[in-house]
Design a binder for this molecule. Structure first.
Ligand code: ARG
Length: 578
């Protein structure tokens, strides 16, 4: 659609010149003014003439009418003036000879914007605090982050995905206390995530008490945990050795989730890596006169910017979350010379990022405006809020397992002979969760409903993955005898399908601009709907006329590429069979 809009805009610019030689219009501006009419019967694109009225000293109605007479090019089938709008219908012949041919040639790289050549984007996402359960609150940062990475890669950027693991902090002190009290190496080693979560929940219950289970709070355990962590900070070999082992186990436990999602990271450089880098930044803050001492703590006063102070050092001299973020950003700039460094976290951290981004600016680093925070709303499951400190957590792994089990059940009924059923069930079960999540605008809070997510009928992952499999199965059965690219459109459904596909690049650009993968999820739904209409209304492989049959098979192939490409952007697996 980008090319189509540009071609139409050129026509409009020329025609306007004919009306008034002095009128200064540029093609890009006009292209951006083209709208999608609310009702497809009005046309495929509409140009509102109201803004030109002043320059051209004519009424919008007159302008639209004159333009309607004056446009002619291969993209435009028909241009009609309606109430100050110029409504344009795109030519079917153009859709065939350009859009379809283009998709068949570029395959899954069709629609890739050419934006990022030679530029690097760093993405900090997932980044869970280790030694704590990996719960469904992490789904957002993990899949939104990875989708934003994929979108940038698709647009030609060099991307570095960083899992900035929370591998330092008092939670390790707690886990060490729990392990020393109740754990043993073999059990924890073999028990994987569950063993770690058990220890974590048990120590938190023991510290804070649990009325239901009759556990009386024992705050002295919190002191013990702090002491164990302090020992780590002081370089105690035994604790550091335990810590290294726990970090390794936690990373391994999370790996299965990443594998199910098809996600890998380029770096696991986490919070513990910045201990030695922080003093230089603290020194710089001090030299710039930015540090204030308040009740023994060091902070940067941000009242001038309407924010609470950014805490840099606690009274006891220990560093904080923002201190580490500043050191890490400096390190990343040095290592990757990023064009942008993107952080994906829940909305609860908006203030944190605003504060330390401001501090980076005040420190005089000229790359402060290349730091981007991308927040997302909270997740609850069928109404229940998630808490990590109690046993009341929904682990991401359990959510995935539940989805996969349900899909297995459905498939047993629907398609009992399917080969590789377990893999397909995993792709569809996990895909259902991812898709359900990503169809929502990221900033909105979500209440997860597993039944809805797994339905094969609604606007769901199973529905779109099923559509992809349907296109694959048509292609498997259809013989392409003819390699001619003389395509012919005879039905509205064919043209509609091509028009949706022609919008792909534009949607990708919108998704990139707003850091909004939901734009792609919705595009996938639009495309699936258009393909299914086409599939139901038009004979494909069984069509008697050779040219029509050939076009329809090629349309199906094109749809498979565009759907496949869009699936990859949002971490959905391409299911050839469902
Ligand atoms: N570990 C943090 C958490 O779980 C998220 C880290 C986000 N990244 C960052 N650079 N602060 O809340």
């Amino acid at each position: 659609m980008q090319t189509i809009k540009k071609r139409i805009a050129e026509q409009i610019v020329n025609a306007v010149k004919g009306l008034n030689a002095e009128a200064e219009l540029n093609t890009a501006d006009v292209a951006a003014m083209l709208e999608y009419p609310p009702d497809a019967n009005m046309g495929d694109l509409a140009f509102p003439c109201f803004r030109l009225s002043k320059t051209l000293r004519r009424s919008p109605v007159q302008i639209a009418e004159t333009l309607a007479q004056g446009l002619s090019c291969d993209v435009i089938e028909q241009a009609t003036a309606v109430n100050g709008y110029l409504n344009i219908k795109i030519s079917n012949a153009y859709l065939c000879s350009h859009v379809l041919v283009d998709i068949l040639e570029k395959k899954e790289s069709y629609g890739a914007p050419d934006l990022g050549k030679g530029k690097t984007v760093v993405l900090d996402y997932s980044s869970p605090n280790l030694a704590k359960p990996f719960h469904i609150g992490h789904l957002g940062t993990t899949v939104i982050g990875h989708a934003i990475k994929n979108l940038h890669e698709f647009a030609g950027y060099q991307c570095v995905g960083i899992n900035y693991i929370g591998d330092w902090g008092t939670q390790f002190g707690k886990l060490i206390v729990a392990y020393k009290k109740w754990g043993n190496r073999e059990e924890v080693e073999n028990g994987g995530v569950d063993a770690l979560v058990d220890l974590y929940v048990r120590i938190n219950n023991a510290i804070s008490g649990n009325e239901e289970q009759g556990i009386v709070p024992d705050p002295s355990l919190a002191d013990e945990a702090r002491a164990e962590f302090h020992k780590m900070e002081m370089g105690d070999q035994e604790n550091l050795e335990l810590w290294r082992w726990l970090v390794k186990l936690s990373i391994k436990a999370n790996d299965k989730i990443y594998k199910q999602l098809g996600i890998t990271f380029d770096s696991y450089k986490g919070e513990s890596s910045y201990t030695e880098d922080m003093p230089a930044q603290i020194e710089k803050l001090r030299n710039e006169g930015l540090l204030k001492i308040d009740d023994g703590a060091s902070l940067v006063d941000l009242s001038e910017y309407g924010m609470p102070p950014c805490l840099i050092l606690k009274r006891d001299g220990s560093t904080l979350y923002p201190t580490r973020d500043i050191a890490a950003a400096y390190d990343r700039k040095k290592l990757y010379d990023f064009e942008k460094c993107i952080y994906v976290t829940s909305t609860q951290q908006i203030l944190h990022f605003k504060q330390w981004f401001k501090v980076v600016e005040l420190m005089g680093y000229d790359w402060y405006d290349k730091l981007v925070h991308v927040p997302y709303g909270t997740v609850s499951i069928n109404g229940a809020k998630l808490a990590t400190r109690t046993g009341n957590v929904v682990l991401l792994k359990d959510l995935f397992d539940a989805a996969v089990e349900k899909v297995k059940g459905i498939m047993e009924e629907k398609n009992p002979d399917l080969k590789g059923r377990d893999d397909v069930a995993e792709a569809v079960g996990v895909g259902a969760i991812v898709f359900y999540y990503l169809t929502n605008t990221r900033i909105k809070d979500i209440n997860f409903n597993l039944e809805d997510a797994l339905s094969f009928d609604g606007n769901t992952g199973p529905y779109v993955q099923y559509t992809y499999a349907r296109a694959c199965s048509v292609l498997e059965k259809a013989k392409v005898e003819n390699t001619s690219s003389d395509f012919i459109i005879t039905r509205n459904e064919e043209a509609e399908l091509l028009k949706v596909m022609s919008q792909y690049e534009e949607r990708v650009l919108n998704a990139l601009q707003d850091y909004e993968p939901s734009v792609i999820a919705r595009f996938i739904l639009d495309l699936a709907v258009a393909f299914n209409k086409f599939y139901h209304e038009c004979r494909i492989a069984t069509e008697a006329d050779e040219a029509i049959r050939n076009t329809r098979i090629k349309l199906t192939e094109a749809c498979k590429y565009v759907l496949g490409s869009a699936f990859s952007l949002i971490c959905l697996k391409k299911t050839e069979k469902v």
